[in-house]
Design a protein around this ligand. Structure first.
Ligand SMILES: [Zn+2]
Length: 279
């Protein structure tokens, strides 16, 4: 009779012998060959920050999105409500005392969601392979949570896809205005080059390189949430037309990026402000 410990050891050894074929390596190879091939993933690499903070477009987008992967559209601040990064309330609410478009979320998020959905609807109507992701949960404090915009966006970008998050900027004098803040993590994209032509461009190192660009997600600032833009969005009679016009501009730029590839180049004015106007 074996003592209990030796008996357990003997049993475990027996199980190991039964489980392993004559060659252990052979089994591993067999198991490996049964798994689907892993998708290739890009290395996350960040360029150094310039010695002086950049002004205007200090980058060139040349990387093409991988064929067969949809364009991923996100709504800025969709998972960061009730935090310091919840987005701008907009001038109408903050200065004018208007009621927020929806209780519990900033007006920026409200318009980011409406705009992102309008972009995807228009893109699909024009035949683009384009999808929208919404984490659904409005406050996720752990930035590495796999449900966040940036985790899903990073995963998409690491596979070679293009991910862009829609934003509206703070009202004057706090905001800067329209422009693309390019994704940095996996190389600059032709899609950002195309969006720069339509909306203008921020430097890649804006505010020391923001969290999303560091994770491969581009940020598209549609404009400051004030003036004619905010009025057009808030006026129920003009809302759909305003959203559709923005969506058409975004989709037209995305199509140009896909169609013209690395030959697309945004010409931008030399600038003394942060964002450059391009054409
Ligand atoms: Zn924002």
């Amino acid at each position: 009779m074996l003592n209990p410990m030796r008996r357990i050891a003997w049993l475990l050894g027996g199980i190991a012998l039964v489980a392993l074929p004559a060659s252990g390596a052979g089994l591993m190879e067999l198991l490996d060959s049964m798994q689907p091939p892993r998708p290739e993933r890009l290395e996350l690499q960040l360029p150094a920050l310039p010695s002086k903070p950049g002004r205007g477009k200090n980058w060139v987008g040349e990387r093409l999105p991988k064929a067969g992967l949809s364009i991923l559209v996100l709504a800025g601040h969709a998972d960061s409500q009730r935090t310091s990064g919840s987005g701008t309330p907009g001038r109408a609410v903050d200065v004018g005392g208007a009621r927020p478009m929806q209780q519990g979320i900033t007006d920026e998020l409200y318009w980011n969601l409406r705009t992102a959905k309008a972009v995807v609807a228009e893109g699909q109507r024009q035949g683009l392979d384009i999808t929208f992701y919404d984490p659904g949960v409005r406050t996720i404090r752990n930035v590495q949570d796999p449900r966040t915009n940036w985790s899903v966006g990073q995963d998409h970008a690491a596979k070679g896809g293009y991910a862009v998050e829609i934003h509206y900027d703070a009202y004057a004098p706090y905001g800067i205005g329209a422009g693309i803040i390019p994704a940095v993590a996996f190389g600059f994209s032709v899609m950002d080059e195309a969006l720069a032509k339509e909306f203008g461009a921020y430097p890649y190192d804006y505010r020391g390189m923001l969290g999303a660009p560091r994770r491969g997600v581009s940020l598209l600032e549609i404009g400051m949430l004030d003036g004619a833009l905010e009025q057009g969005l808030r006026d129920p009679r003009r809302r759909e037309a305003t959203l559709n016009q923005i969506a058409r501009r975004v989709v037209s730029a995305l199509r140009q990026g896909l169609e013209q590839g690395s030959s697309i180049k945004a010409e931008c004015l030399p600038t003394t402000s942060i964002a450059a106007r391009c054409s």
